[in-house]
Design a protein around this ligand. Structure first.
Ligand code: UDP
Length: 327
């Protein structure tokens, strides 16, 4: 019997590359598509030698062609950090809207199941806490994060359109803050910023007073939730994230403690529309998928630290200036 075949857009990114690995391990033939705007070939180099792995250097907002049959399409392409949206606002809007349309069209044509990577940003600066899937959100459409939030909300609407009108089997995962190896060192998110600052002995930059909260999920737990969702019957959105909520100050202190760094904490201005709280209600994921996160923050941070230590060391060896993006 031939192997099941999956297309993963954004497959050379942080989450995409972990998904490629998981689907290979599950016996799939994997087509990894990426335009490498924020993705990195280094994330998938180790998969390249496998005959069941194929890389397609392509922009998902253009017409996409994939040879042969497909069983599943996972749409994970998008800039995904607040500084990325500021630098790439049009690409962010296009990949969430036009890219989702192309990926859905492909899934429809191939009679494949479709899974959309959506986001807790759909809830904006939430007025319901913790966030349940039936909360419609509090998003500023014209703020700096609007390009991401609204593109993802449109992507959810488009996905449900294809589901209701064309009968495509669709799944929507709302992903909460996730961390782990292969995050870009300088993508501006809290974990890469804090870890690389602690390892370089620089001050950790906490935005605002650090009382805003987030709930951080280790990447392996997230990937497991996504795999289960794809194989479930649930067409409406499902939150996947770790409900362990903490303030950003507590998170910064946890990174300093883990690294044993002598770095101090410095405060910078809070970015516009930065959500004050965020915590997934995962009752639905528990019920429908039998899923909940297993990796504690201490274990997850320790696993992530090994990766960041290697990256910061090689950055220092190659004499790159701190704060400069690595190839
Ligand atoms: N943050 C911070 N210092 C940094 C980067 C981020 O204090 O160097 C804060 C940010 O303001 C937010 C939280 O950490 O309140 C999480 O930010 P991130 O960019 O990781 O993701 P978000 O949840 O905002 O999308």
């Amino acid at each position: 019997m031939s192997k099941p075949r999956v297309l993963i857009t954004g497959g050379a990114g942080f989450l995409g590359s972990h998904l490629c690995e998981r689907f290979m391990a599950e016996g799939y033939e994997v087509y990894c598509m990426d335009n490498l705007v924020t993705g990195d070939m280094a994330n998938i180099d180790h998969l390249g030698g496998d005959p069941g792995f194929h890389f397609l250097h392509q922009d998902v907002t253009e017409y996409i062609h994939v040879p042969g049959e497909l069983d599943a399409v996972l749409h994970f392409a998008s800039p995904a950090s607040p500084i990325d949206y500021l630098e790439l606002p049009i690409q962010t809007l296009k990949v969430g809207s036009l890219g989702t349309h192309k990926a859905l069209g492909l899934a429809h044509a191939k009679k494949a199941r479709f899974l959309l990577a959506s986001t807790s940003e759909c809830y904006g600066d939430p007025l319901v806490h913790p966030q349940t899937e039936d909360y419609w959100g509090n998003v500023n459409p014209v703020g700096p994060r609007g390009v991401y939030d609204e593109a993802k909300r449109f992507a959810e609407a488009m996905t449900m359109g294809y589901h209701r009108y064309h009968g495509v089997e669709t799944r929507i995962v709302r992903i909460f803050n996730t961390y782990g190896p292969r995050m870009r060192l300088n993508d501006g998110r809290a974990l890469p910023a804090f870890m690389s600052q602690a390892l370089r002995g620089e001050d950790l930059t906490v935005f605002g007073d650090g009382s805003q909260t987030r709930s951080f999920c280790y990447v392996d737990d997230l990937v497991d939730g996504i795999y289960r969702l794809l194989n479930s019957d649930e067409a409406l959105p499902v939150n996947i994230g770790n409900p362990h909520e903490m303030t950003i100050m507590e998170f910064a202190r946890a990174v300093i403690e883990l690294t044993g760094s002598r770095s101090k904490i410095t405060h910078l201005e809070l970015p516009e529309d930065d959500p004050k709280v965020r915590q997934p209600d995962i009752t639905k994921a528990r019920r429908v998928l039998g899923w909940e996160p297993k990796v504690s923050l201490t274990d997850g941070l320790a696993r992530t630290l090994d990766y960041f230590r290697d990256r910061v060391d090689s950055e220092m060896r190659s004499g790159k200036v701190a704060g400069q993006e690595q190839a």
